[in-house]
Design a protein around this ligand. Structure first.
Ligand SMILES: *Cc1c(COP(=O)(O)O)cnc(C)c1O
Length: 403
């Protein structure tokens, strides 16, 4: 057996193109020289001596201590995604919500204030609107598209600004660079939930954000198997806030899930490119179909923020939202008539999935609150998968006849 020395250093890999970084980045090869990344299912690690154990706990020996702290498979996933995102460091978590919650709680304390866009993934909104105030952290929700509202909401105690863009399910955009400026001026930390854009289509750190979070459950797995999340940030944020919080509270990523995500990253560009091309085609085709009253897709010229989309994104994404005639009843008839596209609240899967936000993901809001968020009863959200776009078109056109 030979000790395998990498032929490319991390610095050299960082110079390579994104697709190459996603295949070659972060590999920790064992003495067996395996081609595929190894799955290290272990809770702990043995030390050569008591002295080594002491040095490791002191941080003087760089090895692993315990999988709640870190794990070689998790480390490969984290390094690979950090290389793609252009972040100094990444830390995997058990789910996207663990990443969101950790990125907030690790840096906040009673008396602090958070400003967030109102249009948020339901659980993110719960954490910000209901959970944080229970611990004495004040929060203000604003219309994310209104820059004056962000500015007006900032107080001397404001520590965090939080947003997602495009938003779920209305695919509204927030001007990340403009909010980053407001955040910097306030001395706050801007956290961006980048799930809908994926790391392929939008780079919030380059636009001025301080922290990026993902639900890797979505496009990074991309085949509907495991839950995972990631926080990407600077070395300083990791040392000052995140590291101790993660180690002591334990929302760790399981090595198995990290391995699935690590392998998912290899094909992320191919999958996102294909799903996005189909989404763009479907958006244009659906706009012509009878029974559909409105199509929302950030790359279309009729999207109210398509100029911003072209400025801060590299593509329109893999989701299309639209409204069918006949309100809830029309939407239900449409969903029930689909055969290739299946009903599920998940997204970013190889399988195309459709959901009716008003009765599922946004059910707990009052009709008035939903209207304020632009979510109407005929609205349908489609996550475009990897099926042939013509089969998806046929399925949708046929189901529309039921409306
Ligand atoms: C799914 C999702 C989350 C939560 O991720 P989990 O992996 O389900 O915990 C957070 N934000 C957005 C935008 C999501 O789509």
């Amino acid at each position: 057996m030979t000790e395998t020395v990498p032929k490319l250093s991390s610095a050299e890999i960082a110079q390579l193109r994104p697709e190459t970084r996603l295949v070659q980045g972060g590999i920790l090869r064992s003495p067996f020289g395996e081609t595929a990344e190894a799955l290290y299912l272990t809770q702990g690690y043995v030390y050569e001596s008591a002295e080594q154990a002491e040095a490791r706990f002191k941080g003087e020996d760089p090895g692993f201590i315990y999988t709640r702290y870190s794990n070689p498979t998790a480390a490969m996933f984290e390094t690979r995604l950090a290389l793609l995102e252009g972040a100094e460091v990444a830390r995997g978590t058990a789910s996207g919500m663990a990443a969101v919650t950790a990125s907030l709680l690790c840096q906040l304390k009673a008396g602090d204030h958070v400003v967030a866009a109102r249009a948020l993934f339901g659980s993110c909104r719960y954490v910000i609107e209901e959970l944080l105030p229970r611990f004495g952290i004040a929060t203000t929700l604003v219309d994310g598209t209104d820059l004056a509202a962000w500015k007006a909401a900032v107080r001397p105690q404001t520590r965090v600004l939080f947003l997602e863009s495009p938003t779920n399910p209305t695919l509204e955009l927030v001007d990340i660079a403009a909010v980053a400026e407001i955040s910097k001026a306030a001395g706050a930390c801007l956290i961006v939930d980048n799930v809908f854009a994926t790391p392929m289509l939008q780079s919030p750190l380059a636009l001025g954000a301080d922290v990026v979070v993902y639900s890797a459950t979505k496009h990074i797995d991309g085949q509907g198997r495991c839950l995972a999340g990631v926080v990407l940030c600077s070395e300083k944020f990791l040392t000052d806030h995140l590291q101790t919080f993660l180690r002591q509270t334990g929302p760790s990523i399981s090595p198995f899930n990290a391995w699935v995500m690590l392998k998912g990253l290899e094909t992320l560009p191919l999958r996102v490119e294909r799903s996005q091309a189909s989404a763009a085609t479907l958006a244009d085709r659906m706009a012509e179909l009878p029974g559909i009253t409105r199509v929302i897709y950030p790359w279309r010229a009729d999207h109210p923020q398509h100029e911003l989309a072209r400025r801060q994104m590299r593509g329109g994404g893999t989701l299309v939202t639209f409204e069918v005639e006949g309100g809830k009843a029309g939407a239900f008839r449409f969903l029930n008539a689909l055969k290739v596209v299946r009903i599920s609240n998940n997204l970013g899967d190889a399988k195309s999935l459709v959901t009716h936000p008003a009765t599922t993901t946004h059910q707990r809001f009052s009709p008035e609150a939903r209207a304020e968020m632009g979510i109407f009863d005929g609205m349908v959200r489609l996550s475009v998968g990897l099926e042939h776009v013509d089969d998806l078109t046929d399925d949708i056109a046929r189901a529309l006849q039921a409306v």
